[in-house]
Design a protein around this ligand. Structure first.
Ligand code: CTP
Ligand code: MG
Length: 169
């Protein structure tokens, strides 16, 4: 049986972490405008310090709330790790996109939709192993990937229609 409850508890913080920068981001970019060896930006203007702080902060806040509501202290640790992972994965995605010559804001299926959740899983794994092992099973990971793809597409289309994002991806 697929443990959808466990999956939900796991994905909420990194999803919130990933969405927060779209609304709260801006200001100086993480790479401060610097270019890498290939003369392209390290990360680009789409990755800002404020977005990074907003993502980790919002994810940690959501984790604290979940932790309190479900009376499970470990959720705060799991969710904060997953949120940091989501932000790290997002940075890694932009880094890889720039190295591949994909410009800021141009879509890349794996980097945009899936890398953040893979990093969230990896960083939260030490807590998940003990507290929520159902999430680490192959069928759960597969479900998380499909769910994340669908949710990410839907959220970006909604953000585009609401005028929060210029492009629907
Ligand atoms: N954002 C931010 N800081 C971050 C992540 C995102 O400020 N660490 C904001 C930026 O305004 C960004 C928007 O959220 O444009 C959407 O994020 P994302 O789709 O990840 O960035 P892109 O602009 O598409 O850039 P990239 O091609 O590097 O993914
Ligand atoms: Mg994008």
């Amino acid at each position: 049986m697929l443990d959808l409850w466990a999956i939900l508890v796991f994905i909420i913080p990194p999803y919130i972490a990933n969405a927060a920068p779209v609304v709260l981001g801006g200001g100086p970019p993480v790479d401060f405008g610097a270019v890498a060896w290939d003369k392209r930006r390290w990360l680009g203007d789409g990755k800002t310090w404020r977005g990074l702080a907003a993502g980790v902060g919002a994810g940690a806040l959501a984790s604290a709330l979940l932790s309190y509501l479900l009376s499970a202290p470990w959720i705060l640790l799991m969710g904060t790790l997953a949120s940091c992972g989501a932000m790290l994965g997002d940075l890694a995605g932009s880094f890889i996109k720039r190295r591949m010559g994909i410009e800021r804001g141009k879509p890349s299926f794996v980097m945009d939709q899936l890398l953040f959740i893979v990093f969230a899983l990896v960083l939260a794994a030490p807590v998940l192993v003990h507290e929520l092992p159902a999430v680490l099973r192959a069928e759960s990971v597969a479900t998380i990937m499909v769910l994340t793809y669908v949710m990410h597409r839907a959220a970006n289309i909604a953000a585009n229609r609401l005028g929060l994002k210029k492009v629907p991806w």
